[in-house]
Design a protein around this ligand. Sequence first.
Ligand code: SF4
Ligand code: SF4
Length: 163
Amino acid sequence: MNKQLDYKLLPTLASKSEPEWKRFYVKNKKKLESMDLKIHALHDKISERVDCLACANCCRSLGPRITDKDVERMAKALRMKTVDVISKYLRIDEDKDMVFQTMPCPFLGADNYCSIYENRPKACREYPHTDRKRFYQIYNLSIKNAYTCPIVYEVLENLTKTP
Ligand code: SF4
Ligand code: SF4
């Protein structure tokens, strides 16, 4: 597990592992509630090795949910009015959430750097959530994220396949 996993392989790899991840959840539902420390240790170990700048798959394919506070921060960073940020970059989706009008994200550069990194939305800061408290609450969401993010894929593989 030393080489960085190519995100393009994830749809195939994750769909192969998904049945086992789901079985693990059913078998260990209760146990998972006290497994945060183990999961966070896996997160730290794996994310230390993964180079997000060589990936950027989340910025290319997942639309973060954007809050009013995020808009204010982005507006300051871009030296724009919040209304202009909204009309230029944002839309309301079918779940009534504010998201970017287009993906890949308009702030993602060709070099995979985020041009508003210091002021990026909270959802971007928190992704991929594998260091979150009460991880068991987002276990099923993480199965979905494993199709996009190499870190999540490897956390789930390690968690479910090592004793
Ligand atoms: S968080 Fe995951 S999907 Fe996003 S850039 Fe890093 S490894 Fe890739
Ligand atoms: S704001 Fe930055 S971190 Fe968030 S999706 Fe766009 S490029 Fe990625």
